[in-house]
Ligand binder design. Sequence first.
Ligand code: EPU
Length: 298
Amino acid sequence: MPLNSFYPDSNDIIITENKPLNQFSTLGTGGTAEFFAQPESLSRLQELIRSAKNIPVYVIGGGSNIVIPDGLIHGLIISTRSLNSITWTDGKTAEIESGFVLSQLVKILREKNIGGLEFSAGIPGTIGGAFSGNAGAGGRGVCEFVECVKAVDSSGNLVTFMRGEFDYGYRRCGLSGVITASLTMSFRDCPSWNEESYSDFMSRRKSQPLNFRSAGCTFKNPEGDSAGRLLDVCGCKGLRLGDAAVSEKHANFIVNCGHASSSDILGLAELCSKKVYECTGIKLEPEIKTLSPCFIAP
Ligand code: EPU
């Protein structure tokens, strides 16, 4: 393959060049990947990493919390969409590959009458993405249930992190520099499914602009306050940059009204945080992440 810095050892791995990435983000924005692959198993993921030489490696899960930069992205972008198996090791514990969809897990738990994840009602994205940002609501997060993480490092080696070896917190999992391949999640100590709590979390979504493309909440909630409320009282609702707009329905959502670019989205987020800072002195921290390399393959 006549490529400068990337020499796949195996002909079995399908690598696409100049792959448009907007379809991999719920915002529908972003440029193209120099190299793109969607491995179907852990061993294929390892092979892929081992064949990458001296190149930035990125990973995309469900794309529901990321902004993919515009233009050509130099490096290898890996989608976890085809790493999507779930294996129950006992009635309440499962090993779940990172590309498995969170809402699918919630559906299974509801059917099995196993509680715990009711707060995840309506959260989009994959288990890998949910783990990386400790997705949740009401002070709870998916990391609470993770007993073991299998990940791949920059040399393609499998590394395992047991509970206690990753320091998760509000919207962070405590691991970086590796690609999460699977999670063992246990609901052993959970009560049975609480439909009322699930419906309650689901109905909170009614205040969100779900009929528009977005990346969910733009900013994290500052200690003891709500980013949405602050953005609202500071007059951000309806602000626009190109086709990016602050939702009139929920001020912590930036929506793509048509053909927004990622720089429109990020520019508008910057404008909003400036406005809130000037108005209240509070520095909002972004919750949406700009796609950045996991590591540089050695
Ligand atoms: N509010 C306003 N104006 C707005 C938006 C909100 O005044 O434009 C007020 C609301 O009236 C409410 C308060 O702010 O009193 C909190 O709003 P909301 O109930 O929507 O909750 P939130 O704190 O904004 C959190 C999570 C959401 C999750 C919801 C529902 C964060 C940053 N956000 O939102 O998560 O969906 O609770 O459970 O933790 C996400 O992570 O992407 C996300 C959307």
